[in-house]
Design a protein around this ligand. Structure first.
Ligand SMILES: [Zn+2]
Length: 259
């Protein structure tokens, strides 16, 4: 068994036997890592927030060769991101991003850009529009795990410089107007959506944080990614339902205040 050390974000944790936890993390050096933290549910040790979602830890684990479940021997808290818990929409968005990482990555498949994405999102969610961070995050993570289609050319005929772009959720591909007949469910994307996706692909956090994402563009992108992920994963993300409920409550409250 090799001993490994890395920085890692807690994605989720669940009780195991009477006093232990199974902790799923996303680490900088190894990607998703699942480990047993033994005896940590006994009173007094360690700090209660250690294995809460979003916490950035430095972990030491004994790597098991034949199992995906390792032995987590040490965990020290580097950052807790408490401000994510101050607002329900921010919290729901953070859970949504974490579930996306959990669902779209495999254990021991390192993606340092995804680790950096989480870091960026947790840092800036309290101060930037949660929807802007979510849209940027979606584009970047789908690209990083190889699920984002090439927007520069039609998958049917290879034509580039497309004026109108049709996207097929089922095929995860882009078609020109002529080739769209090959895909019955391909839908026309508005220019604003394509522009935003390309911008997020080509620009880093700082520039993207200034992007003027319109309400309708945001909605269309969110709907597109939602349908795409549901098709890929075979189900809705649980946290997406939670996020929608939180938004409905907020909208209801805003309407009540206005009347
Ligand atoms: Zn074509």
């Amino acid at each position: 068994m090799a001993i490994q050390k890395t920085e890692a974000f807690v994605l989720r944790s669940q009780p195991f036997r009477s006093s232990s936890l199974i902790v799923t993390t996303f680490s900088r050096s190894f990607g998703k890592i699942k480990g047993i933290a033994k005896g940590v549910r006994r009173e007094g040790t360690p700090h209660p927030s250690t294995f809460e979602p979003f916490t950035l830890l430095e972990i030491v684990f004994y790597e098991k060769i034949r199992s995906e479940l390792h032995l987590l021997s040490e965990a020290s808290v580097l950052k807790t991101f408490e401000s994510l818990r101050g607002d329900l929409e921010i919290l729901a968005t953070a859970y949504y991003l974490v579930e996306m990482v959990d669902q779209l990555t495999e254990p021991h498949d390192p993606h340092e850009p995804v680790f950096e994405l989480l870091h960026f999102a947790f840092q800036f969610l309290p101060s930037l529009p949660p929807s802007l961070i979510a849209r940027f995050f979606e584009v970047r993570i789908l690209n990083e795990v190889g699920l984002l289609p090439h927007f520069s050319s039609c998958v049917g005929c290879g034509q580039t410089h497309l004026e109108r772009i049709y996207f097929s959720v089922k095929q995860g591909a882009v078609f020109c107007p002529k080739c769209r007949q090959k895909s019955t469910e391909a839908r026309l994307l508005t220019g604003d959506v394509v522009e935003a996706i390309l911008f997020f692909m080509e620009h880093g956090f700082t520039e993207s944080a200034q992007y003027p994402l319109g309400v309708n563009t945001n909605r269309e992108m969110e709907d597109l990614v939602g349908r795409f992920l549901t098709d890929r994963l075979g189900r809705w993300l649980v946290t997406k339902k939670f996020l929608n409920q939180v938004r409905s409550i907020k909208a209801f409250e805003a309407r009540s205040e206005a009347t």
